[in-house]
Design a protein. Structure first.
Length: 167
């Protein structure tokens, strides 16, 4: 971190330290969840169906349109969805931990949080997914990887029209 970057942060009234803490927290939350799901076998076909069924078949679950999509489209393609879920969770966590393509990773994280929130509505603590969503949106809007992340070095090497979407 050089003086110019620190000066720019102060001009924007943004403290990079707080943003990095938020980014790391979200990244490690997704990484520990990924490790837990991997050890439980949740990314296999039967593990994917079992994990998702726990939430949507739970007696306290509030039915949403996502349930129909899951039953009609995701369950018949459980191997593909389990593998995709594994890759997406890992990429989101690594994106945020290292500050690589942080805006893109945060937007994908926000989207997956919405789907997880709708799929677990009524079963989990109601504020789990909305709080994660707010954290992801904050990281995306602020472009959290520009502070103490790989994005700081990538922004000069990527065309300007792409920088505002992915970094």
């Amino acid at each position: 971190m050089n003086r110019e970057v620190i000066r720019k942060m102060h001009e924007q009234k943004i403290s990079g330290g707080y943003i990095v803490i938020l980014r790391f927290f979200l990244g490690f939350a997704f990484l520990t969840t990924w490790i837990s799901n991997l050890s439980k076998g949740a990314f296999t076909s039967s593990g994917f169906i079992g994990t998702i069924s726990y939430f949507i078949d739970h007696p306290d679950h509030i039915a949403t349109p996502i349930d129909t999509i899951i039953r009609d489209f995701a369950f018949p393609n459980a191997a593909l969805f389990g593998f995709g879920w594994m890759i997406i969770e890992l990429l989101i966590s690594l994106s945020l931990i290292f500050g690589v393509l942080t805006r893109l990773g945060s937007v994908i994280g926000a989207g997956s949080t919405i789907v997880l929130g709708l799929g677990s509505l009524g079963v989990e603590w109601i504020w789990t997914q909305p709080l994660l969503f707010v954290g992801f949106i904050t990281c995306a809007l602020i472009s959290a990887g520009k502070w103490y992340g790989v994005d700081y070095w990538l922004k000069d090497r990527i065309p300007d029209n792409l920088v505002k979407f992915i970094i």
